[in-house]
Structure formats: structure tokens, C-alpha cells
Write a protein of this length. Structure first.
Ligand code: ZN
Length: 180
């Protein structure tokens, strides 16, 4: 038997989502293998599933692009004047500089991450059709671009918006399907 980690309990990722059975049925029915669903509820399921998958599986690393900013301390050179430098007869130029502490000699520091174009499109679709859940979508965006990104340690403390958003998408899909 598979053991469930804490964050997997009652999550779609752990196959124990609130509407797990319905979610799986609707997904199989509405989301084609190709990358574009025909119905809006299928499209929403596809978007929410992709965001959730990348969050749990890759720490959302495929949903955002890193933005690097030049280090203010060394102006991007990665090195600083060595204050302990004492000129001597041997021409040791490299002693004149030391690696910048601030950026470890890299010249750039990690800035905030930016949503990828693909993620931007999914976020837009979700907000457009689920305005009542737009705060959850915003929290998802925050989790992708915020400081806690890239957590391969699988400590998914900020997974709530993904789960609640999926509940909302499934509810939307159930209602849409009733109309047909
Ligand atoms: Zn620097």
C-alpha cells in the first residue's frame, strides 16, 4: 500500500481530492490528449491540472522564467577591489580583486520570477471564467513567482490554493455538464 505524505492527504495530487472521482471522470471525458480542450470546462480542467502538476512535480519551475538583476554591489563585474592588496614587485594582478560577497562573484542576483507565457495564458483563462475564485488564482501566481519558489523538498505548505481552485473548477464543470 502506498503511504501518503502529509501534504498528499485530501489533495488531488494524492488522489484524495474533494471531488476526486468526478474530477477523474470529467478529465478523461473533457480533456483530449492534444493540448487544447474543446469545451471551456475541459479547458479550465486542463489549465488547473497543468498548474497543479508542475507545482507538485517540479516546484512550478516550468511556469515561470527567472529574472536576474545585476548586482548593485559590484555593478555586475562579480569582483571588488581587494582592500588588503599590497603592491609588490611580482605583478600579481589577480590579488587586486576579490570575489564580490554579495553575489558570490556571479555579478547577478536572483530577482523575482515572471510567469511564462504559457502560464500567463492559463491564469488569464481561469480568472476570466472563474471570477469568484480569482483570489485563489492570484495565490497560485504568488506561489509560482514568490520567494518560496522552486521547492524540490516537497514541503508543499502553500498547496491550498491549488486544491481549492481545483474544487472550484470541478464544481464549474459539474454545473456546465448539467446544462448540456
Ligand atoms: Zn556582486
Amino acid at each position: 500500500m502506498r503511504l501518503f505524505l502529509d501534504y498528499e492527504n485530501k489533495t488531488y495530487w494524492g488522489s484524495k481530492g474533494k471531488y476526486q472521482k468526478t474530477y477523474e471522470l470529467l478529465f478523461d471525458k473533457l480533456v483530449p490528449v492534444q493540448d487544447c480542450a474543446v469545451t471551456i470546462e475541459g479547458e479550465l480542467l486542463r489549465c488547473a491540472t497543468n498548474l497543479m502538476y508542475d507545482y507538485y512535480n517540479n516546484g512550478s519551475c516550468n511556469m515561470a522564467d527567472g529574472v536576474e538583476t545585476q548586482c548593485d554591489y559590484c555593478n555586475g563585474s562579480g569582483s571588488l577591489d581587494n582592500e588588503d592588496y599590497v603592491p609588490d614587485d611580482e605583478d600579481n594582478d589577480e590579488d587586486m580583486f576579490v570575489d564580490c560577497d554579495w553575489c558570490d562573484g556571479y555579478g547577478y542576483t536572483d530577482g523575482r520570477r515572471k510567469l511564462s507565457d504559457r502560464a500567463k495564458q492559463m491564469v488569464k483563462t481561469l480568472k476570466e471564467y472563474l471570477p469568484e475564485h480569482s483570489h485563489l488564482v492570484s495565490q497560485v501566481v504568488e506561489s509560482i513567482t514568490g520567494d518560496k519558489h522552486y521547492n524540490y523538498d516537497y514541503n508543499h505548505e502553500d498547496n491550498k490554493p491549488y486544491e481549492l481552485l481545483m474544487d472550484g473548477v470541478v464544481e464549474f464543470a459539474i454545473n456546465k455538464q448539467k446544462e448540456v
